[in-house]
Write a protein that binds this ligand. Structure first.
Ligand SMILES: NC(=O)c1ccc[n+]([C@@H]2O[C@H](COP(=O)([O-])OP(=O)(O)OC[C@H]3O[C@@H](n4cnc5c(N)ncnc54)[C@H](OP(=O)(O)O)[C@@H]3O)[C@@H](O)[C@H]2O)c1
Length: 256
């Protein structure tokens, strides 16, 4: 019997990268999975793979940076599946124009909406379902940039991801009494489409040395399968060949 059968998971940013790998892995383990992101087409492709393998999927698109979207999707999940056990709060974005000199009010708003506000809206909507269940797990894809300040990710991304880590800890402080746990994942470089927005292009060789989306999916499964009495507050994970360290050691080029 798969460990997650009977569970319901909501994965945001599920059409690509880490979210896609996580959705497929959770479904393989028996969870019914709701899939969110702005574009319907990639979500439908992931849903088709899940249903073809005998799993259950709900395509629930939306711009999660919009204040109303998360609550509407959560209501759909509750109606369709009757509960919500796991939120993989993973949607996020970056811009090529990310340095202070290139930030405009529109770009700042885009970044905070996509990376911090969306995570808050989804967490709040999920908690409303989980609290009466007296059970629930939230897993947020923050970032290495949510733990350490550096140049490469850009100030709005760094600030938003620090906010996601703080948000996750605050959930544990208040919601433990309702049987709810929250985990902040802080990965360094993962080989996904978000890297296509780096001001300095990233080669195929460099991507091959990074964490792969499937490694993140394995980690998410590990967290999801922990006993309900165990709360993993934060996980910081990087490739062994950490390009930031390699540059500091004089063993690799600058990433900027
Ligand atoms: N790759 C890395 O090196 C790395 C490292 C640390 C943390 N992360 C974080 O990991 C998470 C997943 O990213 P990824 O690396 O897998 O890259 P990705 O493939 O670009 O995935 C990001 C996903 O988020 C969705 N998304 C973006 N803005 C959204 C919005 N406003 N509303 C709903 N969905 C939205 C995108 O789908 P649509 O475009 O269809 O909306 C996309 O599927 C992100 O939070 C990212 O910041 C990545």
């Amino acid at each position: 019997m798969p460990d997650l059968s009977g569970k319901v998971a909501w994965v945001t940013g599920a059409g690509s990268g880490i979210g896609e790998a996580a959705a497929l892995a959770l479904a393989r383990e028996g969870a019914a999975v709701a899939l969110s992101g702005r574009r319907r087409e990639p979500l439908q492709a992931v849903a088709d793979r899940i249903t073809e393998a005998g799993g259950k999927a709900l395509v629930a698109p939306g711009d999660l940076g919009e204040p109303e979207a998360a609550a509407k999707i959560a209501a759909r999940i509750a109606k369709e599946f009757g509960r919500l056990d796991i939120l993989v709060n993973n949607a996020g974005a970056n811009l090529v124009e990310r340095s202070w000199a290139k930030l405009t009010p529109e770009r700042i708003k885009f970044m905070i909406d996509a990376n911090l506000n969306s995570a808050f809206y989804c967490a709040a909507a999920a908690l409303d379902i989980m609290r009466p269940q007296k059970d629930g797990l939230l897993i947020h894809t923050a970032s290495w940039a949510g733990r350490f300040v550096g140049i490469v990710p850009g100030p709005a991304y760094i600030a938003a991801k620090h906010g996601v880590v703080a948000m996750s800890y605050s959930i544990n402080m208040e919601e433990f009494q309702h049987g709810i746990r929250s985990t902040a994942l802080c990965p360094a470089e993962v080989a996904t489409p978000i890297l296509n927005l780096r001001p300095k292009p990233v080669s195929a060789e460099e991507r091959a040395q990074m964490i792969q989306p499937e490694h993140m999916a394995d980690l998410i499964l590990y967290v999801a399968k922990l006993p309900a009495t165990v709360c993993l507050n934060e996980i910081v994970i990087s490739p062994t060949w950490n390009r930031g360290y390699a540059h500091l050691a004089g063993l690799g080029p600058s990433r900027t």
